[in-house]
Write a protein that binds this ligand. Structure first.
Ligand code: ADP
Ligand code: ASP
Ligand code: MG
Length: 419
């Protein structure tokens, strides 16, 4: 029988009624003739609670135990979903990651899939079971320990199963009815897209649009999974939601197709560092060792023109990272200074910034997008602190208090409310 993967996020399984509602959707697909693999998240708020319990018990926690605790939220939902389906007369069985087994790397808290052998679940389907309910977000390391995939990881579990089982489609059911030009909770003018290209969704996700985990889009692109995002709260059919697909399936594409934001950014500046070969490596080497996810980097030019050897030349270096890594980043810089690797006059941290990005594959062949973006922000008196560009995106760092204003101004400037 053809296989369908259906994933339900936290708000879609937030209580027993919602689990029952999701189960109805699964039953309908079974009646249409599919064998269904259901991927479930933890009930809404559960993962946050578990993370908080871990951090309160042990601030510098052992990541293996973090995973042991945090993976448990999904186990509860998988069992409950399976029971609900059984009550509805659908033959279902739940699966925790280790039972499949979902083999991953040993990078606790950010594990990656190694393999998903089909044999166990296929054997159950062959026995006549119609639904396999799999706990999302978790896996098993080669050492035999439970791993998790990083926040939002159930999306990636869903896509990985769709690839491994050659599913006809991977449907991601969530609390919005598709992918929008920007977060509909921030901009009332956000417009739902019928289709979006893998590459655009990949950028939007990595720039903060949490509707899909970045890694899930990467996998879908690589294995050509038909990936769809749709509402678990509405009646849906095969045309509902937003399809994430290859560029060739999209008829017209706008220069800019979406605006993404990331709220929890921090900006760190090292003032008056030496401008000499090797200085960037002396700064970013220790940051990498400390596990800091450095994002944007700006190095100023030297204060004066010096000879070829740059004797005595000084400059400033600014970079951004997530706010919750600021303490570790500061320590890495202070340690590097104490060890004589770098020298700076001052280290200034700004934890009140946000990153706003515009994304579109049309940017490859259109000039003037940056100018238009800066003009729109200037018109709202929003000061830009750092700028970064790539082939299909432009990102700026601004004061966090301007986040909503900036997103809306850019959405208007690029007329994203119009089809
Ligand atoms: P789930 O619990 O189902 O995984 P998430 O909260 O992880 O759901 O993701 C859905 C949320 O993503 C939406 O409620 C919405 O606020 C947010 N979001 C951010 N950017 C977008 C976008 N461009 N389109 C749709 N939703 C978006
Ligand atoms: N429950 C996990 C989280 O909240 C995984 C997921 O829902 O995708 O991050
Ligand atoms: Mg999610």
């Amino acid at each position: 029988m053809p296989i369908l993967v259906m994933k339900f996020g936290g708000t879609s399984v937030a209580d027993l009624d919602r689990i029952a509602n999701a189960a109805e959707k699964v039953k309908r697909e079974v009646e249409r003739g599919y064998d269904v693999i259901v991927i479930v998240s933890a009930m809404s708020g559960k993962t946050n609670e578990l993370v908080n319990w871990v951090e309160t018990t042990s601030p510098l926690y052992d990541a293996r135990e973090y995973d042991a605790v945090v993976a448990s939220g999904e186990n509860v939902t998988a069992g409950l979903m399976s029971l609900r389906l059984q009550e509805m007369g659908v033959s279902a069985r739940s699966w925790q990651g280790w039972q499949v087994p979902i083999n991953t790397t040993s990078a606790h808290g950010a594990a990656r899939f190694m393999s998903i052998p089909r044999a166990n679940i296929d054997a159950k389907f062959a026995e006549g079971f119609r639904v396999a309910v799999v706990a999302g977000f978790q896996g098993l390391s080669a050492e035999g320990r439970i791993t998790t995939l990083g926040r939002g990881g159930s999306d990636t579990t869903a896509v990985a199963f769709a690839a491994a089982f050659e599913a006809e489609r991977c449907d991601i059911y969530t609390d919005v009815d598709g992918i929008y030009t920007t977060d509909p909770r921030i901009s009332p003018k956000a417009r739902k897209l019928d289709k979006i290209a893998f590459e655009e969704m990949l950028e939007l996700a990595s720039l903060g649009a949490k509707v899909l985990q970045t890694r899930s889009v990467e996998l879908a692109m690589r294995y050509n999974v038909r990936l769809r995002v749709l509402s678990s709260f509405e009646e849906t059919d095969e045309n509902s939601g937003t399809l994430v697909c290859g560029e060739d399936e999209i008829m017209e594409s706008k220069v800019v197709s979406g605006v993404a934001y990331s709220r929890d950014e921090a900006k760190i500046t090292l003032f008056t560092i030496e401008d000499r070969p090797g200085i960037a490596s002396a700064i970013f080497g220790p940051l990498a060792e400390a596990g800091i996810n450095v994002d944007m980097i700006v190095q100023n030019i030297s204060e004066k023109d010096y000879d070829d050897a740059h004797t005595g030349a000084v400059t400033d270096m600014t970079f951004s990272c997530p706010t919750n890594q600021v303490a570790r980043a500061r320590k890495a810089m202070e340690d590097a200074m104490a060890a004589g690797l770098i020298k700076y006059d001052d280290l200034i941290i700004d934890t009140e910034v946000a990153k706003i990005s515009v994304v579109g594959i049309g940017m490859r062949s259109h000039a003037g997008v940056a100018a238009k973006m800066f003009e729109a922000l200037a018109a709202e008196n929003v000061n830009i602190k750092v700028i970064a560009t790539s082939e299909i995106k432009i990102s700026v760092l601004v004061d966090r208090k301007y986040l909503e204003l900036a997103v809306q101004a850019l959405h208007d400037a690029f007329e994203l409310d119009k089809a």
